[in-house]
Design a protein around this ligand. Sequence first.
Ligand SMILES: *Cc1c(COP(=O)(O)O)cnc(C)c1O
Length: 375
Amino acid sequence: MVVTYHRPTRAIIHRSAMRENIEHEIARLPKGNELFAVVKADGYGHGAIATAQTALAAGATGFCVATLDEAIELREVGITEPILVLSVVFPSYLSLVADYDLSITVATKEWLEEAQEVLNDLSETTAPIKIHIKADTGMGRLGFLSPQEVKTAAAFIEASPNMIWEGLFTHFATADEKDESYWHKQATRFKAVTDALDHLPRYVHSSNSATALWHDHEMPGNMIRYGVAMYGLNPSGHELVEPYALNPAMELVSELIQVKQLTAGEGVGYGKTYDTPEAEWIGTVPIGYADGWLRKMQGFSLLVEGEFCEIVGRVCMDQLMIRLPRAYPVGTKVTLIGKNHGQEIPMQAVADHLGTIHYEVCCTLSERVPRIYQD
Ligand SMILES: *Cc1c(COP(=O)(O)O)cnc(C)c1O
């Protein structure tokens, strides 16, 4: 998809906001603990490369991504710090993992056996593969279920001439909730895993943003995987109060491209789902569902000079219409996410309107919307 620069719609990414969020978090970490910045899914829609570079400058010492290609993207721009791929990489791609010096996640014994066969066939000069063992302590997604299985996997890796045991980790399912009982159950299970091992690898990690924010005195490990909070978003939505102010990194803005006064009883948009009850000023904004501003956003209000203006009629593929309190000149700024004349639309408000979480809102913003970086 082509990035549409020649249109006033853009996502403005504030590097200073990300930097402050990271610096704040690092300042709270126990001494010696490291922060890996999670930049999967193109940095949650904020741009993986720019986010990674900003995070590095702010003190991050490594990165987490979801896929092999996301890891390669970072290496290709010269990032040399550790990069952990959080999801499963098929053993057939192991030569790429070695070539790009990546760290990968292992979650089953079968994977290890298959990987060893693949590695046996690679040239002797291929570097050993760095492995983080994943323990499933209650997420039910990836990982070994019992301490014994983890122990066996660790022994397998340490016995292999082609593998390095670099990490051990788990993932919490409910760290963003008021009720902490399940979090503690998972933490206890993870402790049983670490207790069962004779020694631990270089990195032991369990904390996503929510664990780092709300379980900072009890989080297991020596590294955190800091994701959504780096982008200035509260992982819990409305449920928990953040221990330090998170600065939202993304603004989404556009401009009015046409402003017209419709007489009473005129239809707006496909399906004529809105009829003007009286003479009204209607403004057209060049953003639509192809940009990731979904049709369900009908009825939500955008900001124009500090006034909330409702999206009337259906959101089109490339445009939408808003009801204006008065005539504004073409070119007037429209804020979809962010601050405008003392008012603000947080990304959480968009998520609330859609019945989802802000993670999904920023990831849904399509490639067509240019990301413009500001210091
Ligand atoms: C995405 C992800 C994270 C980061 O989660 P946030 O809630 O964004 O901090 C951490 N660990 C794993 C395994 C993940 O998949």
